[in-house]
Ligand binder design. Structure first.
Ligand SMILES: NC(=O)c1ccc[n+]([C@@H]2O[C@H](COP(=O)([O-])OP(=O)(O)OC[C@H]3O[C@@H](n4cnc5c(N)ncnc54)[C@H](OP(=O)(O)O)[C@@H]3O)[C@@H](O)[C@H]2O)c1
Length: 282
């Protein structure tokens, strides 16, 4: 396998995968809605193609002659998760209709199980995985735990805000470790048609991780109940804030489901925090 296309290669979790695959000798094609921005962000060494997952002709053009496609799509509401994961995956399969040997992989989530389908991200990731399975293409679904790279996203004005309850341990994973596991799976032809759970080697609750992060960077930790965040989100029409409040409550209610064959990665959350750059305090 030589050429891997990445849809969402400019994303927080797509960019490390693009970099790792390039380092490991693959030709990596970044499909982006804005290739000037993508080139500015990721630099040389990639092939850039304009494509929108909702525009089938652009997908067909951009996916010419690729051996594999990795999907790194996100969402922040029921509609956007459905559009990117279900509609988007259908479009990719349609664009590759004449080439059933093309491997399709996707970032799913450690919570993508039918029993957690009351949250739409889990629900639509599960549905996207079923589409890949039924497509006849070789596929891979990566199920990482919570990423350490999200910790700085809780910083605002010198404060780190814990939203909602925090009682369950999380197997924090670093984006770099995750990217290495994605590349390893690509390099192992025997590793196909599987769900690969990727967990970090140590656990901390969300509160413990945010407290350690705040302490390391000299910030204050504050707590906001989920209902307050949800109400502010509703009043300010901030769908992302409403989604985070819902996600934190849901994650804390269920905890992580750890299958027996989980892949454990090496970076601990405390080591990651120690080497993390100072967050931008807006
Ligand atoms: N945060 C966690 O701890 C965690 C844990 C497990 C799983 N995940 C999952 O990881 C996934 C990826 O997250 P992320 O943070 O990397 O997302 P992100 O930073 O929001 O990136 C999303 C990417 O999607 C691309 N995109 C959006 N709309 C598109 C369209 N219409 N056509 C083509 N490309 C489009 C964007 O590319 P362009 O703008 O360049 O077009 C961008 O690169 C999410 O689904 C999330 O649920 C996250």
């Amino acid at each position: 396998m030589k050429t891997i296309a990445i849809i969402g290669g400019t994303g927080m979790l797509g960019a490390p995968v693009a970099e790792q695959l390039k380092q490991d000798g693959y030709q990596v094609r970044i499909l982006s809605r804005n290739i000037d921005n993508a080139r500015q962000q990721l630099g040389d060494g990639f092939d850039y193609q304009q494509a929108d997952i909702h525009d089938l002709p652009s997908l067909k053009r951009a996916l010419k002659n690729v051996d594999a496609v990795h999907l790194n799509l996100s969402g922040h509401s029921k509609q956007s998760y459905y559009a990117s994961h279900v509609q988007g995956t259908k479009n990719v399969i349609q664009a590759l209709k004449e080439r059933p040997d093309t491997l399709i992989s996707m970032i799913s989530s450690a919570m993508a199980y039918p029993e957690f389908n009351d949250r739409w991200d889990n629900h639509y990731k599960w549905e996207a995985e079923q589409l890949l399975k039924a497509s006849g293409h070789p596929y891979l679904a990566f199920l990482p735990s919570w990423f350490m790279e999200t910790l700085p996203l809780f910083v605002q004005k010198n404060k780190v805000t814990l939203i909602g309850p925090s009682t369950k341990p999380i197997h924090w994973v670093s984006a770099k470790d995750y990217a290495q596991e994605v590349s390893k799976a690509y390099q192992s032809p025997e590793c196909r048609n599987q769900r690969l759970s990727i967990f970090g080697c140590s656990t901390l609750t969300m509160e413990e991780a945010l407290a350690r992060y705040a302490q390391h960077h000299g910030l204050t930790l504050q707590r906001m109940p989920a209902w307050v965040a949800s109400t502010i989100g509703w009043l300010t029409r901030d769908e992302v804030l409403m989604d985070i409040a819902n996600l934190m409550t849901h994650y804390d209610k269920h905890g992580e489901k750890a299958p027996l064959d989980v892949i454990k990665t090496g970076t601990s959350v405390l080591d990651w925090i120690k080497s993390s750059p100072s967050p931008q305090v807006a």
